[in-house]
Ligand binder design. Structure first.
Ligand SMILES: Nc1ncnc2c1ncn2[C@@H]1O[C@H](COP(=O)(O)OP(=O)(O)O)[C@@H](O)[C@H]1O
Ligand SMILES: [Mg+2]
Length: 383
């Protein structure tokens, strides 16, 4: 934030009357300083570094070579990192969509109060989001069911909390709500569906998350299968940005599908933790998925392989697995049926119920390697 609290505003507007109206509204106050009015959207990219605004207002109806919404898109994709408010008319409604660079909307006619509060709010939200930028999001995925994804996501989240990170676990298996059955939460426990669909606030979230006795918060999926279609990928994305501001670690237990929601989750994740086992279907699907990730353009380091039940290689050897993955899996977790199944049946994490067990130590090593990269020696977590 600038040393002065005054907000530096840039207006991109080609209708002189509207520009004049905004100037008029800002005349008798000192909270917002109007730096300039650009009438040509094409000049935004070069003028912004020079003018250094805190907030930009763009008229959605801007004409010329670069139209209003194109300017918004360019500012967003150019990584300007600036809060942008879109000015529009009721006939052409625009929804706030921070994920796509629309941090606020002003619909004509608006008052001086509307203008000032919208601009201040946009900057406040922006500053708050910057503060939360230190969060880590880990998307736990597997190309096949039954390999231990939910078990690992849950125990990894608790291990992260043990390391001192404020942690939330998101049940991304929206249809089958795997965490509901694992934790055996009451059927009426709130889910992501109980959040408002427009703007989610911190207090809305506080009412909805499940506070697990293990020390983590859990955002549950809906209790019934047929409710899944009421949760859109956009709903999930919206709540994720809030979660990333409020928690240091966000872990998502994903579903197996390669659908719109999962592609969005992959995109937003810092790390995709992919669970593999010594099993030919898993290996086959992992190779196919690696191709997809390459096509999307993810750097190889975005994906980390976790070999679960690493000591039970029925027929398939480590060399074969390494050849298939193109590298040695970064992490390994051993098989310990007695401990894992007992803990799962009680709905407790084995990293708490059996902290001395080998499988718990493995999980804690994975958590440390993923979350404390500087403090951990290279190769930690792998055995
Ligand atoms: N490391 C492990 N050792 C022993 N059993 C495990 C291990 N990981 C998972 N399991 C067991 O495998 C089964 C499937 O695990 P789950 O987490 O539900 O998989 P997914 O979410 O991939 O479908 C469960 O019965 C679980 O107890
Ligand atoms: Mg599962």
């Amino acid at each position: 934030m600038a040393s002065s609290d005054q907000i530096r505003l840039l207006l991109i507007e080609d209708v002189p009357q509207v520009a004049q109206y905004v100037r008029g509204l800002l005349m008798a106050q000192s909270q917002i300083k109007l730096l300039d009015v650009l009438t040509d959207g094409g000049r935004a990219a070069t003028q912004i570094p020079e003018l250094r605004p805190d907030v930009v207002i763009v008229d959605a109806l801007l004409q010329g070579r670069v139209k209003g919404m194109q300017v918004v898109k360019q500012l967003h994709e150019g990584g300007a990192g600036l809060p942008v408010i879109v000015l529009t008319v009721p006939q052409q409604p625009v929804d706030p969509d921070p994920e796509n660079g629309i941090h606020g909307v002003l619909s004509m006619p608006f008052s001086g109060y509307d203008l000032i509060s919208r601009v201040s709010q946009a900057r406040k939200d922006h500053d708050a989001s910057g503060a939360g930028a230190a969060s880590t999001m880990i998307a736990v995925f597997a190309p096949k069911g039954g390999v231990g994804k939910t078990t690992i996501a849950f125990n990894l989240a608790v291990a992260a909390a043990k390391l001192g990170s404020r942690t939330v676990l998101v049940d991304g298996s929206i249809q089958f709500a795997d965490l509901r059955s694992l934790l055996r939460v009451p059927a009426d426990a709130a889910s992501i569906l109980d959040l408002p669909t427009d703007r989610v606030s911190e207090s809305d979230l506080a009412e909805v998350v499940w506070r697990d006795p293990s020390g983590i918060d859990i955002l549950l999926a809906p209790p019934r299968l047929e409710m899944a279609e009421m949760v859109t990928p956009r709903d999930v994305e919206k709540v994720l940005s809030l979660l990333r501001r409020l928690y240091e670690v966000v872990i998502v237990d994903m579903s197996v599908a390669l659908d719109e929601l999962n592609l969005a989750l992959f995109d937003r994740a810092d790390t995709i933790l992919e669970i593999v086992t010594y099993d030919s279907t898993t290996i086959h699907n992992t190779i196919a998925l690696a191709d997809t990730f390459r096509t999307i353009g993810y750097p190889p380091t975005k994906v980390r392989y976790l070999l679960n039940r690493a000591d039970s290689n029925a027929g398939i050897g480590p060399d074969e697995l390494t050849r298939a993955l193109g590298r040695v899996p970064e992490y390994q977790v051993r098989s310990e049926g007695q401990i894992v199944v007992t803990a799962n049946n009680q709905g407790v994490p084995f990293v708490l119920s059996n902290p001395e067990a080998g499988v718990s130590q493995d999980l804690e090593r994975v958590a440390a390697a993923l979350l404390l990269p500087q403090r951990t020696a290279v190769g930690a977590g792998a055995r």
